[in-house]
Design a protein around this ligand. Structure first.
Ligand code: N01
Length: 531
């Protein structure tokens, strides 16, 4: 590929990179997207494991920037499957003729700011060079997959898979003995399907997880027609909610309801299904006792569903519900009633080793033909620190973030002029419906570029003071909720050695947007503009 000099280099062709390219083109910027995969779609390109689907309803997990697009696209189910989401990303790429400015199979290895020329220089694995005034990292929050370094991992003689890098041709587990390591969302979605195929499935669970039934169903055409008759109203409703999703929260504190009322409310939410279970009462993420009433309800459901009391006991989580990201499933707990499924509780003693023949835990070797690592991601920072990003005066991002990510609004980093991160750490991102969060960032960043271009400014950098204040504010609001209290990937706990910092901004989508808009309205307050 020839070297390129453009206005904006965009890393990643997921939902963020696609819209970034489209919007910048519309403003007359020359932009080039660099994408490691062979196609568009980002998360939905890589995560092809059986059962992969979104846990936000499809009618809301979609772009809203183009009314024709949202009117013409037809989702088939309440929760879209990975293949359908990938088709949607491909449709968007084709509809807006985006592919001609995307270089596929192109992994960016380094990005260096030249402070004399005020340009970023990006190098790729193949040795290509792209230079740009502005660099936008649209690298995703959950894209750098994490495979723990289990002793003996490379000596296993069977097949290994990671849910976040699933083979495109799919995997047939028929007649095979399979181990799944992990019990997060990816495991919880794939386990029921793998169990149906495999001769035997052993699930290695370090931390039991709460999951709520999806009650997935084909979409009712009449309900879709009603939404599309006034799609902007649904979108506006979503934007007023803390998580960017249109739903009905119950503001009442759990303690103000009788035990019977609580039971009714939880039953209704369970029957409705999905993430909004946590909106059953207003204080579930603020008060331990309130939270315990919801956790007890789900543990009761697990004991009702799972017939073997010992297995049910192991499946009952003991931590705060909603502290780790809540999961949404189809038939997860019931899968443990199958005779070909075994739950191996490794909460007390970790996996000792991967042997040539299987997985060894508590002195027992579980012989398997295949291992599925459903072990998650180096979330939020991994995709950025994996690239050798060097800012003004050569400072490296991975060094700056050694004690945890520091950014201004999750959009920019002091010391790294002209660099922006879409849904970066310090923004609401993973705590919200990702699509509106992505759109808000793309629009804010591209508006900023236009503002600077109109004034002949070619350098912008977050100030250290603004960044420090934002980091302190982040920590303060995180300390007000129960969400920062457990060992989750939100705090980097799943990756050994990663500093424990609550990474996403938990102050809510509307307050965050208001703050970003105010910063822009004040001529990009908290940024130094100019040479
Ligand atoms: O990853 P996870 P995920 N030994 O980090 C275990 C989104 N997502 O891919 O909890 C043994 O949640 C780890 O155990 P523990 C969604 O935001 C969305 O499942 O750390 N086990 C855990 O059980 C989600 O939250 C959708 O003790 C080890 C599991 O591996 C996020 O992606 C679908 C271990 C990892 O769970 C990540 O989900 C899928 C070790 N050394 C994903 N290391 C939907 O939209 C880790 N584990 C529905």
């Amino acid at each position: 590929m020839p070297d390129a000099d453009v206005d904006v280099a965009i890393v990643g062709a997921g939902f963020a990179g696609l819209y970034m390219l489209h919007r910048l083109r519309g403003m007359g910027f020359r932009a080039q997207v660099l994408e490691a995969g062979s196609g568009v779609g980002g998360t939905w390109y890589w995560n092809r494991y059986p059962g992969a689907r979104c846990d936000v309803e499809s009618i809301q997990y979609s772009y809203q920037f183009d009314d024709d697009l949202q009117q013409e696209w037809e989702w088939s189910e309440r929760y879209a499957t990975q293949p359908e989401l990938l088709r949607y990303a491909e449709h968007v790429a084709d509809r807006f003729d985006l592919r001609r400015d995307i270089r596929f199979d192109t992994r960016v290895t380094s990005a260096t700011f030249d402070d004399t020329a005020h340009r970023w220089v990006l190098l790729t694995e193949a040795g290509d060079r792209v230079s740009a005034t502005w660099c936008v990292m649209a690298t995703g929050c959950l894209s750098s997959f994490n495979t723990p370094d289990f002793p003996g991992r490379d000596r296993f003689e069977g097949a290994t898979y990671h849910t976040g890098r699933w083979p495109h041709e799919g995997v047939d587990f028929s007649g095979r003995r399979v181990a799944v390591i992990g019990s997060g969302s990816s495991a919880i979605q794939s386990i029921p399907i793998i169990a149906e195929q495999a001769e035997h499935l052993a699930v290695f669970q370090r931390t039991a997880n709460y999951t709520i039934p999806a009650h997935n169903t084909p979409l009712d055409p009449e309900a879709v027609r009603r939404v599309k008759a006034d799609y902007p109203a649904l979108r506006a409703w979503g934007k007023r909610m803390v998580n960017g999703i249109a739903f009905h929260p119950n503001p009442k504190p759990a303690g103000e309801a009788t035990a019977e009322e609580r039971r009714d409310v939880y039953e209704r939410r369970w029957a409705e299904g999905g993430l909004t279970f946590m909106a059953a009462f207003g204080d579930l993420m603020l008060d331990d006792e309130a939270n315990a009433t919801a956790a007890d309800f789900v543990r009761g459901k697990i004991r009702e569903i799972v017939t073997d009391p010992e297995t049910a006991g192991k499946l009952c989580p003991t931590n705060i519900i909603g502290c780790k990201r809540l999961c949404v499933d189809t038939g997860y707990y019931a899968t443990y009633n199958r005779p070909n499924v075994t739950l191996v509780d490794i909460s007390e003693a970790p996996i000792e080793a991967i042997t040539p023949a299987g997985v060894k835990a508590q002195g027992v070797e579980h012989a398997v033909d295949a291992i599925v690592f459903a072990t998650g991601f180096d979330a939020m920072t991994g995709a950025l620190t994996r690239i050798d990003i060097r800012g003004a005066s050569g400072v490296r991002l991975r060094d700056k973030w050694r004690d945890g990510p520091r950014s201004y609004l999750g959009l920019a980093v002091a010391g790294f002029p002209n660099l922006f991160t879409v849904t970066g750490p310090g923004s609401p991102s993973v705590l919200t419906n990702m699509l509106p969060s992505i759109e808000q960032h793309v629009e804010w960043i591209s508006d900023c570029f236009r503002y600077l271009r109109d004034r002949g400014i070619d350098r912008i950098e977050a100030t250290v003071t603004a960044e420090d204040d934002w980091v302190a504010h982040n920590a303060e609001v995180a300390g007000n909720t129960l969400r920062s209290t457990c060992s989750s990937w939100y705090v980097g706990a799943n990756v050994p050695g990663k500093p424990r910092v609550f990474m996403p901004y938990i102050g809510g989508f509307p307050a965050y947007v208001e703050r970003c808009d105010a910063v822009a309205a004040k001529g990009y307050e908290g940024f130094a503009l100019g040479a």
